[in-house]
Design a protein around this ligand. Sequence first.
Ligand SMILES: Nc1ncnc2c1ncn2[C@@H]1O[C@H](COP(=O)(O)OP(=O)(O)OP(=O)(O)O)[C@@H](O)[C@H]1O
Length: 308
Amino acid sequence: MAPIVSIRNLTKSYATGFKALKGVDLDIEEGEILALLGPNGAGKTTMISIICGIVTPTSGTVTVGGHDIQQDFRRTRSIIGLVPQELTLDAFETVWNTVSFSRGLHGCKPDPALIERILKDLSLYDKKDTMLRHLSGGMRRRVLIAKALSYEPKVLFLDEPTAGVDVSLRKDMWQLVERLRANGVTIILTTHYIEEAEEIADRIGVINHGEILLVEEKQALMAKLGRKQMTVELAEPLAAIPDTLSPFGLTLSEEGARLVYEFNASGERTGISSLLAALSQAGLRVKDISTEQSSLEDIFVELVGEGK
Ligand SMILES: Nc1ncnc2c1ncn2[C@@H]1O[C@H](COP(=O)(O)OP(=O)(O)OP(=O)(O)O)[C@@H](O)[C@H]1O
């Protein structure tokens, strides 16, 4: 199936001369949840803003649903929903009107039943007649989401949807994302919260200094780059690692009381059983064994660190 969003050699140089995007290629498949991770200033918002037609690219092409975003702006914009990072709302309007107008602005026929359902899903229904200026920051963020959903987009961009929101909204958000996905909506979210990507994304993209460093299935990424570590606690401390154990590349810590072994969890052979046999042959008594797996956060820090 053709990707729903296709980005080719996309660059953006701002008027200051700053290159925010340096030749990005990315295909987003219909129905997937893609999390874009990147430190501040990596170019995430710039990329999303170009796809949504808010920022003009310097070069390159983007198609959404097979249509070019510049030549066919209205068409592509009508299938894209954007929940921006910043709270841009009319303070003197009510929740209901804001969300209904948004649907109208995108050329859709009024559908009060749909608006009611969206507001209920976002726990906003009891605030439907409240003016936005009387809402808390978290509630206003919910309104931004409701606005983006009001015209039933096929592709939804969430730019740091849970930055600075409380745990309950974050949980609601995740549930909502799951429901939207079940309805076939493609979701692209940018986030600083790695656990968020770990929890809900199908694929993870890492962007830094205007370049995509990688895009991978989450499971494959964790298996490929995730290292495992086994720590062996010894009954008696060692002064040095015996020569017979040198093939395992162990390190000795805690004043000789612990041996640390690093292995690749996705490899066919981890080497654990040979290590245990070698330990016993060397006459070392084992008190305890524990293993630890690197998280997506470790992987991300390593990748972004390399790019500096
Ligand atoms: N209008 C502009 N003029 C000049 N430089 C800009 C402009 N907008 C953004 N930039 C610069 O482009 C770079 C990328 O910004 P962008 O907002 O895309 O990053 P981001 O990955 O979304 O970061 P954050 O996580 O902080 O939101 C930054 O260095 C930013 O300062």
